[in-house]
Design a protein around this ligand. Sequence first.
Ligand code: HDD
Length: 701
Amino acid sequence: MGSPADRKQQQRESFHADDPAGGPLTTDQGVEVDHTDDSLAAGERGPTLMEDFHFREKLTHFDHERIPERVVHARGAGAYGYFEPYESCAEFTRAAFLQDPAVQTPVFVRFSTVQGPRGSADTVRDVRGFATKFYTSEGNYDLVGNNFPVFFIQDGIKFPDFVHAVKPEPHNDIPTGASAHDTLWDFVSLQPETLHAIMWLMSDRAIPRSYRMMQGFGVHTFRFVNADGRGTFVKFHWKPKLGVHSLVWDEAQECQGRDPDFNRRDLWDAIEAGEYPEWELGVQLVPEEDEFAFDFDLLDATKIIPEEQVPVRPIGRMVLNRNPENFFAETEQVAFHTGNVVPGIDFTNDPLLQARNFSYLDTQLIRLGGPNFAQIPVNRPVAPVRTNQRDGYHQSAIHRGTNYFPNSLGGGCPAHAGVDANAYTHYAERVDGAKIRKRSESFKDHYSQPAMFFHSMADWEKQHIVAAFRFELGKVDAMTVRARTVEQLAKVDGGLASEVARGIGVPEPDGAEPGTYKLASPALSIESLRGDGSIRTRQIAVLVTDGVDAEQVASVREALAAEGAIVEALAPTDGTVTGTDGASYTVDRALPTVASVLYDAVLLPGGPDGTPPAATDPDALRFVRDAYRHGKPVGALGSGVGVLSALEPDGLRLSTGSGHTVSDRGVVTDTSPGTADTEFVRAFVDAMAAHRHWDRPPVRH
Ligand code: HDD
């Protein structure tokens, strides 16, 4: 304790509401209660009495335990951690938390999906929120971003329209957590400014493997302001140390049933295990004089600045190392607001950002029930707060003294900060214009960047995008909407439009041209974002049964664990299996309680009697087939290799060298009996580092 990063933790601890002395149950008024299992009644079988104040208080409190969920981003998971800059950014910004590499700033981050309600599944196709609250020495700074760098609309006045369109349809509240329905695509087909974000939504970015493995973006162009008052345009990027990895659509859908908490659990477990997720903060900086140097408008949130044009400069790193102690108190009640800025960070006239600066404060008032939500522990700055704001619902402070400015009776306190102090000063941007309700012409190219995105994808990414469009539009009942969307896609890329059209029963567009923007931005492909190449925290399933070569399992398990992977032994039932040497081997989980979609790779050990241990168990066979179909690494040793013949209907043509390791498109085998050698382990680790193997026939995702 004592480092700047601990300040938030110390503050939180002062709010802990547990009674170390362990006294008896009481009412809210502190009256001790001896019995809470039966209500007070007139006779053993008689009616409940009104005077049972304990019953009434208990039920009343319970009835009020829920607050309105967020209108968007309702489902989320959060964690605390810290941020530290690599070096001083004083040249560009005076923000205190970006000055000194020795100073850590506490943070709270909440990741979320957008469309679904609080109880919806994690692995839906959706944007992910990536909101960071920096508890800086100069007050709270919120970077309320997403895992896409672009948004669906250009002006916040359209936000209610967009959200109404994507949310479940009003008559039947269907679908939950999904965009594959008529109203969203109706909106998209009529509103081409959505197309760039839609391309991201149809890509694998919309089904992240883990919150720990996705990028984050501030989306808007913001403004850094240095101590001399000089402004620099800035775009924020978070880059995960573990690289960017995604699920396969078929797998994501199954995951929704097998473990609706897949991403939430993954974040929680990693932090509990001390595998702290880490991101690098990068900035794209554009001098003010270059405001018009681009063929798009910097104020348009449907555009990126290609990294090849303005490189991302790493300025610091963030580590999440502490789970919340109470989901409701912290993750549910955290209140983000784009308007929470600190000296040195300012806005631009991006009309989406301007609207957000209104909306977030407004939403917290209804969601958290009044104007005092900044007093909730998770929202409290660690910087001192001195205001003349008073009273209101849920006021928890007992203010004393004067409550107005200027005053003499309170000694003039709180006084204005001095001019040379660290007060927030708004950037003195010159503004001159007629009042007008009109979109700037510079916002009107809606096709070049979606085309650039598509052209920047690897072939497998393009295939996934086509499949996603076919899936989504295939769920749309109105054929007019399907056809109109394809017409829009034709303006992005004729080939894409034709391929989608062929899958959804609408005519291929006439004379569709390939996209006009031929430039590619390789940095957009997941291929370029593999991280440090490690397999840390990847989950490997080892399928075991009685007769398994226990020594082999133990050695390979140790080797993989040394690489930071999490290895679990799965068997048809819980308990133990008996290994070849007669010793018992502990099972981590019973197969019926898990599924391949919850793991990153599967390993089939051998048994000396020639019987592949997994060969006879239908759950195990399904497990292996699913892993293979989803492009995951499959390893097999000794007689375990025999199980892979079950994959022949899925297109596997197994080439096994005798007695040495063969690695082919993520299938790693070694038929020799006995302990796995280092060559096998290395090949399996490499196959896992690649995450998925898209070149397997047939691809059905
Ligand atoms: Fe928003 C929540 C991100 C546009 C209005 N938004 C919310 C959250 C994230 C974002 C991550 C969840 C915060 C949390 O975890 O509590 N929103 C974005 C991004 C946008 C964006 C990256 C575009 C660049 N949002 C946007 C617009 C508006 C809103 C244009 C309204 C004009 N957003 C809200 C909101 C929410 C919200 C209604 C719901 C709950 C909340 O704010 O606290 O005010």
